[in-house]
Every structure is written in structure tokens, then in C-alpha cells.
Design a protein around this ligand. Structure first.
Ligand SMILES: Cc1cc2nc3c(=O)[nH]c(=O)nc-3n(C[C@H](O)[C@H](O)[C@H](O)COP(=O)(O)OP(=O)(O)OC[C@H]3O[C@@H](n4cnc5c(N)ncnc54)[C@H](O)[C@@H]3O)c2cc1C
Length: 505
């Protein structure tokens, strides 16, 4: 196991560029037993432990402020892919891109796609990452069927989905591998009625115990092995980036795509293909629906000069197809696009894997370019990650755009419009603009909460957004979260500063 301090520098920040990270020791274990040994020692010494994945997180979750860093990068084996059972077992340090490649080689598919494929599977489980395909498939949670977790004292918990649920008193009762009993009270806050939410510990009733650890942001234990559910790889894909001159047309198109995809379709295609053999119920049904505002398109044009000018925005979509449904689906999408006056001639469409990859690259280039831009300006990105209920989405977007336009601060808005979840990224150029950007961000949080939305839909709370979780939850529920943490980590060694500050633990 590596313990050198000279490598520590690489582990002191993440994609948030949060400054000030520091730590005393770095451990890079290669086995679950080594993880347990380090944790036992840390727990006895009362040293705080920051769990480090690939540090692509955007909220400072993996940024240490003192103590020890435990990096999972060498626990990086894909242990098995079982084609018949549609399952994979992986160590936490497996990089998402490697998993994607390996499962696709078997004709299988792992849908969670948090845009940045260099992240580790352990990190995506710890943040319950989602992304574009969550529109159809949900977040990482939906694909985790079993976990091995190493707790603060080195004891090991094995959790299978469907095995242990919270009881009538709202407690989960668990037994570790060494026979120790743990009883933890699940927090009682009401979850906002949004499609995506990773603000605080998951607390459905009854709660499957495994779900406590998914999205726990490095505060409850080290996720040391993961069993994932896979699905068969779709036969084909039809995807596109479609441009609109009028924003209202774009929003109308998205509404129709959502309605069609969720089954209350305005666009059932009852195609008469093959000389009258009716293909009934072939329905446009997107697996992802992503949004770019006009400013995002201008911004991305630097990297993709072919991006058309003078557009109000664009939508990136993907539709899964089969040889049988392909023609009817093209027709359905074409009709929807025409109905909402998309600029079809200047839009981009593809059915090939290579071009599909280019569209993915176009989408990925935007957050990357934003990060590069703010670093160049020696500032930090101030990015929203809120989802609001469907009925409040259009109003919330308008509210944000109007306030941002009035501010004179550069910004882009893009993201997961299918899930009513956009990222407004403010790009301050000066310290004065940075201060104003933070105020605007605070207004957006307040508005989201008022509209029944959440503070974080997918990036998590980490260290950067803990004060907003406080605003959304208040002391009572943060205390309940802290109580839950204490049941698993009595000395509070894990992820200090993540989700809630030290006064609660
Ligand atoms: C360009 C870009 C685009 C992104 N787009 C999306 C998106 O569309 N959707 C989305 O959901 N996210 C997105 N993200 C952020 C996303 O959260 C991360 O990519 C990923 O989920 C974190 O994985 P990681 O391995 O980098 O974890 P890290 O950043 O290293 O850690 C994240 C948190 O998880 C904890 N952690 C890590 N590994 C473990 C483990 N094995 N056990 C316990 N705790 C652990 C850490 O302590 C930390 O609190 C994006 C990031 C970037 C840079």
C-alpha cells in the first residue's frame, strides 16, 4: 500500500477547484483488508478520513481539510460480468469509461452517464450520480444491487437490495460481518417532489438499507465492492442535436417529447410499414433530453465552430431503436420537430456509433469548457444543480434567465431538461462579480425551495453546498442526519465537512 506524502498534492482538490485542501497522509490500499486496516488505525487515532475517487466531483466532497486521504484508485478490478444474469461485480476504483467498454463488449449496457466518464464507479455510487440518461433509466441507485461497505472501525457490512428494510419505528437494524449490531434511525424529512434529488441521505419509507449508502458522499463508510445491474444493449440509436430559433418552440418540443416518452403520448405512431403490416404503439421515447441555451451555444462554438449562429437554444436527444421500429421512429421525431419549428436543415442527426460519440463529446465539451474558462479567469464556477417540480420548471428557468441577464455577469444554462434540472453556470470575471454571483446563487436556491425543488439534484452537497442544505432542511433534520451518521461512524471520522458541518457530529 502506498503511503507517500509526496503524492498528496494531487489529492487536495477536485473538479470544484475548491482551494485550501490539505492532509497529513495518503493511503492507496489494494485490497478490502487493507482498507479495513487503514480505517481501524484512523479510527483509533481519531484521524479524519477523506475518501478519494477520481475527484471529478464538483462540490468539494473529496477535498480533505486535514487528516488522512484514502484513495480507491488501485481497487480497480472488474471482478465479473455475468451476461446471463445481467450483473457486474466491480471494485470501487473502476473507471466508468472502462466499465462501459467492458460491458458493451459483452453486448450489455450500463445506462448511468454522468457526462464525465473518468469518474470511478465508487464515486458515482457515493454521489448517486445521474446525468443525461436518467431521463429514461433513473440514477445510479437504480443499478446498484449489492454493496460491500467498510465502516469506520474496519468492520464490514454486506448489503443486498431487498434484504433489509427500515422497520415500523423507522430504524434499520443491521449486522456486520463480525456480528456487531447497528441500529440507525432513518431521517424523517419529506423529500421534494422532483425527479432527481441528492440533497441529504435518502429516506424513502420503508427504506432499503442499501439506499442509505448510495448518495452518502463519503460520510458513512468506504464503498469497497459493488454489484451492478446491467441491461441488454439497445439494438440501435437515433440521436440528434436540434436547433430552434424561438425558445418557446424549444420548450413546446421538450414538453411533447416528455409526454410521448412517459406514455401519455401526443405522438403515438401507428405506422403502416411493410405494405400495411401495422406497427402499433411505436412511440417516440427518448432516453435523454438535454438543453443548451443561446449562451451555451455561443460558448461551445469556440470548440465546435459548426454550431449554427442566431439560435435561441438546442436540444440533444437520443432514441433507442430496433430494425423493426427505426423507420416509424424517424417519422415520429421528424413530425415532432416540424410541429415545433425546429431548424431541421441545420440540425445534426445520426444513427452511427461514431457520430453518436461526437454528439456526446459536444455535450461533454460544455462543462469542460466552462471549467477551463473560470480557471483562466482565476475564479471559481458558481453552478446551480437544482431540480424543481415539472409544473414550476418553465417559470423557474425564466426567473433565472431574467435575473442573470440583468446582472451583466457571463453565464450559460444547460443540462437535463427532461428531468426539469438545469445547470446555470455563472462565470464571474472579477472578485466583485464573484460576490454578486454568489448572491444570485443564493436567490436561486431560495426560489427553488419555494417552488418545491431541491438544492442538489445530482452533484451532491459536498462541502460547497452544505450551507444551502442547512437552509433547505433546518437544524432538526440535519441533527437527524448526524444521528444516522453516528450509528455507523461514532467518532465522525468520515468525510468531515461533507453535507453538514462539524457542529452537528
Ligand atoms: C465535466 C463534468 C461533468 C459532470 N456531469 C455530471 C452529470 O451530468 N451528472 C452527475 O451526476 N455528475 C456529474 N459530474 C460530477 C460527478 O459527481 C462525478 O463525476 C462522479 O459522480 C464522482 O466520482 P469520482 O470518482 O470522481 O468521485 P470523487 O469526486 O472522488 O468523490 C465524490 C464523493 O464521493 C466520495 N467517494 C468517492 N469514492 C468513494 C467510495 N468508494 N466510497 C465512499 N465514498 C466515496 C468522496 O469522498 C466524495 O465525497 C460531472 C463532473 C464533471 C467534471
Amino acid at each position: 500500500m502506498k503511503t507517500q506524502v509526496e503524492d498528496l498534492q494531487n489529492y487536495l482538490t477536485d473538479a470544484s477547484n475548491m482551494p485550501g485542501g490539505h492532509a497529513e497522509r495518503l493511503f492507496v490500499p489494494e485490497t478490502v483488508d487493507e482498507v479495513a486496516d487503514v480505517l481501524r488505525e484512523a479510527n483509533e487515532a481519531g484521524a479524519s478520513v477523506t475518501i478519494s475517487g477520481a475527484r471529478t466531483g464538483t462540490v468539494g466532497g473529496a477535498v480533505p481539510f486535514g487528516g488522512w486521504v484514502v484513495s480507491l484508485e488501485r481497487l480497480n478490478k472488474i471482478k465479473s460480468i455475468d451476461k446471463a444474469a445481467l450483473k457486474a461485480v466491480v471494485e470501487p476504483g473502476v473507471v466508468l469509461a472502462d466499465l462501459q467498454k467492458a460491458v458493451e463488449a459483452e453486448g450489455l449496457y450500463y445506462p448511468p452517464d454522468p457526462t464525465e466518464w473518468s469518474c470511478q464507479i465508487g464515486g458515482t455510487v457515493a454521489t448517486n450520480a445521474s446525468g443525461a440518461r436518467s431521463f429514461k433509466y433513473g440514477s445510479t441507485r437504480e443499478f446498484v444491487s449489492a454493496l460491500t461497505v467498510v465502516l469506520a472501525d474496519g468492520d464490514v457490512l454486506k448489503l443486498g437490495r431487498g434484504e433489509v428494510f427500515s422497520n415500523a419505528d423507522g430504524r434499520v437494524e443491521l449486522t456486520t460481518e463480525s456480528g456487531k449490531k447497528i441500529s440507525a434511525k432513518v431521517p424523517t424529512y419529506k423529500r421534494p417532489n422532483v425527479r432527481k434529488n441528492v440533497s441529504g441521505y435518502f429516506n424513502e419509507t420503508p427504506l432499503d438499507a442499501i439506499d442509505l449508502f448510495i448518495g452518502s458522499e463519503g460520510t458513512l463508510g468506504v464503498i469497497a465492492e459493488i454489484e451492478l445491474r446491467l441491461v441488454p444493449k439497445p439494438e440501435g440509436f437515433f440521436s440528434g442535436v436540434v436547433f430552434f430559433e424561438k425558445h418557446g418552440d424549444l420548450l413546446g418540443f421538450v414538453d411533447e417529447v416528455k409526454a410521448a416518452s412517459r406514455g401519455n403520448a401526443l405522438t403515438d405512431v401507428r405506422a403502416s410499414a411493410n405494405g400495411g403490416n401495422a406497427l402499433t404503439d411505436v412511440r417516440a421515447s427518448a432516453s435523454l433530453v438535454e438543453y443548451f441555451d443561446d449562451r451555451a451555444l455561443s460558448f461551445i462554438r469556440e470548440k465546435f465552430p459548426e454550431t449554427p449562429e442566431a439560435m435561441a437554444g438546442a436540444v440533444y436527444f437520443e432514441q433507442e431503436t430496433t430494425a423493426e421500429t427505426e423507420d416509424a421512429l424517424f417519422e415520429a421525431w421528424n413530425e415532432m420537430l416540424e410541429r415545433h419549428s425546429a431548424d431541421i436543415d441545420r440540425s445534426w442527426f445520426t444513427t452511427t456509433d461514431a457520430d453518436r460519440e461526437k454528439l456526446r463529446a459536444f455535450r461533454h465539451a460544455l462543462p469542460v469548457a466552462v471549467n477551463e474558462h473560470v480557471v483562466r479567469n482565476k475564479q471559481r464556477k458558481i453552478g446551480t444543480d437544482m431540480a424543481v417540480p415539472d409544473e414550476n420548471f418553465a417559470g423557474f428557468l425564466k426567473f433565472q434567465k431574467e435575473m442573470l441577464d440583468a446582472s451583466g455577469i457571463d453565464y450559460v444554462i444547460f443540462g437535463h431538461i427532461g428531468d426539469c434540472h438545469l445547470h446555470a453556470n455563472l462565470l464571474p470575471k472579477t472578485d466583485e462579480e464573484a460576490t454578486r454571483s454568489r448572491h444570485i446563487y443564493g436567490r436561486f436556491v431560495a426560489q427553488s425551495i419555494m417552488l418545491g425543488g431541491c438544492v442538489s439534484a445530482e452533484h451532491g452537497i459536498g462541502k460547497l453546498k452544505s450551507k444551502y442544505l442547512y437552509v433547505a432542511m433546518g437544524e432538526r433534520y440535519l441533527n437527524e442526519m448526524a444521528e444516522l451518521k453516528k450509528a455507523f461512524d461514532p467518532k465522525g471520522i468520515f468525510g468531515r465537512g461533507n453535507m453538514f458541518d462539524a457542529k452537528f457530529v
